[in-house]
Design a protein around this ligand. Structure first.
Ligand code: NAD
Length: 313
């Protein structure tokens, strides 16, 4: 969608089993980007690109430059960035063929790693959800389970332990957990299979999508779900409603993880990290409004967020 501006969104390289799987993924992702840009108040449309192939064995300079030529052929209607299977370094190679690239390293005038801004926005969305549920946004003493100790998870955990939350963290890779423990030794490591059944106040999915589904939602003991992962609800309508029926306040993922997009948007309008952080803070107010509207209208928070985004478009 290019109604609000050029469609900005990352490129994902993945070994899709079928052509149709790749098309479905890119459409789901670009739809999410459209809503994310709109609700974050950015003058951007929503787009995403996928390259079919194994990024560990099939990615090379020729492929990336050919892809760069393709992006260039769209004359700026689509602006790319990194996603799964792509790095800042790959953006440099794409950049040799097109200027329509964001997420470049800082030494090339780019905004660098967006994760700290994403994590700060997630933290704001979580605090706003706590205010809605508990009447206070203080997370001191709250039990928070973070699924995924990656870039977003790690920065989020630092905010949480600084505020005195009791953090539990799970990852499938030991080295990622070690990175977290180096900066936040207070966080307790738990088994990845136990994340949905822990006794907790807040669940923060920061790994992959589709994890809120028929199997996991009935086990959750939390009052809030607020995390950075994209497409957390396996089926938007059904699983958003299921969370609501269980009395769990869900902070819409595309809203509270929009800090990363806010950060790369700076590369188009003139980058300033402090401005990006300030804009990410606004996620607090929007999350509050969405929970309020959801409670009054008895429509799930996910649906309310989509409506807010669609109104602006
Ligand atoms: P990342 O790859 O650095 O971290 C993801 C972590 O999740 C990895 O350490 C991985 O081992 C772990 N993981 C995977 N499956 C798991 C499981 N079953 N249980 C526990 N851990 C598991 O990625 P990231 O940049 O931190 O992004 C995390 C999520 O946030 C993704 O869904 C991404 O699309 C989304 N997101 C990221 C940004 C950003 O700025 N990085 C912005 C918006 C959205």
């Amino acid at each position: 969608n290019t109604t609000l501006g050029p469609a900005l969104g990352g490129t994902r390289m993945w070994h899709y089993a079928k052509h149709e799987d790749a098309v479905l993924d890119v459409l789901r992702l670009s739809r999410g980007m459209t809503f994310k840009a709109s609700i974050a108040g950015l003058n951007l449309g929503g787009g995403k690109a996928v390259i079919i192939g194994d990024s560990r064995t099939m990615k090379n300079e020729a492929l990336l430059r050919r892809f760069g030529k393709f992006v260039e052929s769209l004359n700026g209607k689509y602006i790319t960035a990194e996603d799964v299977g792509m790095s800042t370094k790959d953006m440099e190679q794409i950049h040799t063929e097109t200027g329509h690239v964001t997420g470049l390293p800082e030494y090339l005038g780019g905004s660098g790693d967006p994760s700290p801004v994403t994590a700060y926005g997630v933290y704001m969305g979580m605090k706003a959800s706590a205010k809605h549920v508990y009447g206070s946004d203080n997370l001191n003493g709250k039990k928070v389970v973070v699924q995924g100790a990656g870039n977003v998870g790690r920065y989020l955990i630092q905010h949480l332990v600084n505020e005195g939350a009791e953090v539990m963290v799970a990852d499938i890779f030991e080295d990622r957990l070690k990175e977290v423990q180096a900066v936040a030794p207070q966080a307790k490591v738990i088994d990845p299979d136990s994340v949905f059944t822990q006794t907790m106040d807040i669940f923060a999915p920061c790994a992959l999508g589709g994890i809120l589904n028929d199997h996991t939602i009935p086990s959750l003991t939390c009052a809030i779900v607020a995390g950075g992962a994209n497409n957390q609800l396996q089926e938007e309508g059904k699983h958003g409603a299921m969370l609501m029926d269980r009395g769990i306040a869900y902070a819409p993922d595309f809203l509270i993880n929009s800090g990363g997009l806010i950060n790369v948007y700076g590369e188009i309008v003139g980058y300033n990290k402090e401005v990006a952080m300030k804009k990410a803070e606004y996620i607090y107010d929007v999350t509050r409004n969405i929970h309020k509207e959801s409670a009054e209208s008895l429509v799930s928070s996910g649906e309310v967020a989509v409506r807010f985004a669609q109104e602006r478009i």
